[in-house]
Design a protein around this ligand. Structure first.
Ligand code: HEM
Length: 494
C-alpha cells in the first residue's frame, strides 16, 4: 500500500518535472520502422506505469502481441526487448552494446563515475572473480558458509525451550540462514547482525534505485533508504579489512586501494556495499524459492533426502565436491532458478548499430538506446521447457547434456536458453557460491530441522515490483513453525 502511494506521488512529480526533458528530446525521437513499437504510450512517461506495476506481465503480453522483438519507452529512454534466445549471441558479440555499469554503480550504490571505463581495472577485477569465486576459492568460501551457518543455527537453537516450536516465515528463515553466514564467509568479522536492519531497509527499496529515476525523487521519497545506504557505506569504509575476511574480498579491496586515481575514499565503502548487496539481494529470495518448491514436493524431498544422507556427512564441513555429488538437489536448484529468475539483462548502445535476427530481419538500434534480453520469457517457453509452470525437480538431472541439447524449432540453441545469471563477460561471478548456499540451506533444513507450513494452501506470487532485478522475493511471507533436531557444531579451529 505504501509502495503504491509512494509511486503515485513519484509519478505526479515526474510528470511535471520531466516535461522539459520531453521537449528537449523531441527531436531525437526517431521512430525505427524495423521494430514494432508498443501502443498505449503516454506522453512523457511512456510505458513507465505498466512497466513498474507488473513488469513480467507487461513484457509477456507485449511478446504475445508483437512477437519476439518490440520497443517501449520509459521516460525519455527507448528500450528494445529482444526475447528470442536465438538472437542473444548476436547481441553479446556486438561490441556496441555494453552494461551501463556507470549508471548502476552511481544510482544504486552512490559511487562516483571515474573508474567505470577503466578497462585494465575491470579485467583485473574479473580475474579475481575467476580465481576466488570458482574452484579452490569457492571451496574455502563454501566451507566457511557451512561453519558459520552451523554457528548461527546453534545460537538460534539455544533460544528454544526443549521441544518448543518457533513461529516464523519461510522468507524470514531463508534470510536468517543466508545473511549472517554469507556475510561472515565473505567479509570476515564485521558483525553483520549490527547492520542487518540497514540492509533490510535498503534492500526493500532497491528496485526503485534500479529504475534510474531522477535524483531528486530519491531525496524526496526514499530518504530512509538513502540513510540506510549511507550508514552501510560508513560501516564498510571503517572496516575496510576484517579478521578472517575471504581472499576474494581481501584482494578486491587491495586492488581498489591500489588505484587512488580511480577510487575516492567514498568509493571504497560504496563498492563494498555493492558487493555486499550483490551477494545477498538475490540469494536470500532464491533460497526462499528453493525451500518452498522442494519442501512442498514429497517426491523431491524423498529423493533429495537419500542423497544428502549419503554424501553430506554430519561432522564435516561440506565441500563443493560433496555438494556436486547431490545431483537431484542440483537439478532442483536449477529448476527453482529457472522458475524464479527474472533479471532484465540490460545493455546500452554506444553507437548506432545494426543486428540481423535469426529470422533474417535487420534491426537498427540507435545510439543511447537500451536493449533488454529478458531471459524469463525463454525460461517459460514450453518449446524449451515442457509444462513450464510446473516445478519438476528432476528436469535438469542430465544437467549439462540437457542444457547443451536445448532446441528451438529444430534449431540447436544450447545453454543460452538458460540465462538466469547473464552471459559472457558480465555474467554473475557469484553464481557458483549462490548455488552452493542454496543447496546447503536446503540440506541443513532437511537434516536438522522439523518444520510445518501453517497454511498448506498458501501459494506465494513473486513480488511484482521486484521482478527485473534478479530473483524477486514473494509478495508475502509464508508462515511456518520449526524446531531443531540435534546437530553437532563443527570444530572451531577450521
Ligand atoms: C541466486 C543468486 C544470484 C543471482 C540470481 C544473481 C544474478 C546476477 C545477474 C543477473 C547479474 C548481471 C548479469 C549481466 O548483466 O549480464 C549479476 C551480476 C553480479 N553478481 Fe550476481 N546473482 C546472484 C548471486 C550473487 C552472489 C552470491 C554474488 C557474490 C558473491 C554475486 C555477485 C555479482 C557481481 C559482483 C555482479 C557484477 C558482475 C560484473 O562486474 O560484471 N551474485 N548477478
Amino acid at each position: 500500500m505504501v509502495d503504491f502511494f509512494t509511486l503515485l506521488l513519484i509519478l505526479l512529480t515526474v510528470l511535471v518535472l520531466v516535461s522539459f526533458v520531453f521537449i528537449k528530446n523531441k527531436k531525437k525521437n526517431v521512430v525505427n520502422q524495423s521494430i514494432p513499437v508498443v501502443s498505449n504510450c503516454y506522453p512523457i512517461i511512456g510505458h513507465l506505469l505498466s512497466f513498474i506495476f507488473n513488469q513480467s506481465k507487461f513484457v509477456l503480453d507485449c511478446r504475445q502481441r508483437y512477437g519476439s522483438v518490440f520497443q517501449i519507452k520509459l521516460l525519455s529512454k527507448r528500450m528494445t526487448f529482444i526475447t528470442d534466445p536465438r538472437d542473444w549471441s548476436t547481441v553479446y558479440r556486438n561490441p556496441d552494446f555494453y552494461l551501463p555499469a556507470d549508471d548502476l554503480g552511481m544510482k544504486i550504490f552512490g559511487m562516483s563515475a571515474s573508474h567505470f571505463n577503466h578497462k585494465e581495472f575491470h579485467d583485473e577485477e574479473h580475474r579475481l572473480y575467476t580465481r576466488y569465486l570458482q574452484s579452490n576459492g569457492l571451496n574455502g568460501l563454501t566451507q566457511k558458509f557451512v561453519k558459520y551457518l552451523r554457528q548461527s543455527m546453534s545460537n538460534d537453537k539455544a533460544t528454544f525451550e526443549n521441544g518448543q516450536w518457533k513461529y516464523s516465515g519461510l522468507l524470514e528463515l531463508s534470510h536468517f540462514m543466508v545473511y549472517e553466514a554469507s556475510t561472515r564467509a565473505l567479509f570476515g568479522d564485521i558483525k553483520p547482525l549490527e547492520f542487518e536492519k540497514q540492509f533490510k531497509i535498503f534492500d526493500k527499496k532497491i528496485h526503485y534505485f534500479f529504475a534510474f529515476l531522477p535524483n531528486f525523487i530519491y531525496t524526496l521519497f526514499f530518504s530512509e533508504a538513502l540513510k540506510a545506504r549511507q550508514s552501510l557505506k560508513k560501516i564498510f569504509s571503517l572496516n575496510v579489512h576484517c579478521k578472517d575476511e575471504s581472499e576474494f574480498i581481501k584482494h578486491r579491496v587491495d586492488l581498489i586501494q591500489a588505484h587512488p586515481e580511480l577510487f575516492s575514499s567514498n568509493d571504497i565503502g560504496s563498492s563494498s556495499v555493492g558487493m555486499f548487496w550483490a551477494s545477498l539481494g538475490n540469494t536470500v529470495p532464491a533460497t526462499f524459492w528453493s525451500l518452498y518448491y522442494i519442501l512442498c514436493d514429497q517426491k523431491a524431498l524423498d529423493d533429495i533426502q537419500q542423497e544428502i544422507q549419503l554424501y553430506l556427512p554430519d561432522n564435516e564441513l561440506w565441500t563443493s565436491e560433496m555438494l556436486a555429488k547431490c545431483s537431484k538437489l542440483d537439478s532442483a536448484i536449477s529448476e527453482t532458478i529457472r522458475m524464479a529468475a527474472s533479471a532484465i539483462i540490460l545493455k546500452y548502445c554506444r553507437n548506432q548499430t545494426h543486428i540481423q535476427l535469426h529470422d533474417q530481419r535487420q534491426l537498427t538500434i540507435e545510439k543511447g538506446d537500451a536493449i533488454s534480453l529478458y531471459p524469463m520469457v525463454c525460461h517459460y517457453d514450453h518449446r524449451l521447457y515442457p509444462e513450464p509452470f510446473k516445478f519438476k525437480y528432476d528436469r535438469f538431472l542430465a544437467n549439462q547434456q540437457m542444457l547443451a541439447n536445448l532446441e528451438l524449432e529444430q534449431e540447436k540453441i544450447g545453454s543460452i536458453g538458460f540465462l538466469p545469471f547473464g552471459y559472457g563477460k558480465t555474467m554473475c561471478p557469484g553464481k557458483f557460491f549462490a548455488r552452493n548456499e542454496m543447496k546447503i540451506c536446503t540440506a541443513m533444513i532437511l537434516k536438522y530441522i522439523d518444520y510445518e507450513f501453517i497454511n498448506l494452501n498458501d501459494e506465494p506470487e513473486q513480488s511484482r515490483y521486484r521482478v527485473g532485478v534478479g530473483i524477486a522475493p514473494p509478495e508475502h511471507d509464508i508462515p511456518i513453525r520449526y524446531k531443531y533436531k540435534s546437530f553437532s557444531v563443527i570444530d572451531e579451529n577450521y
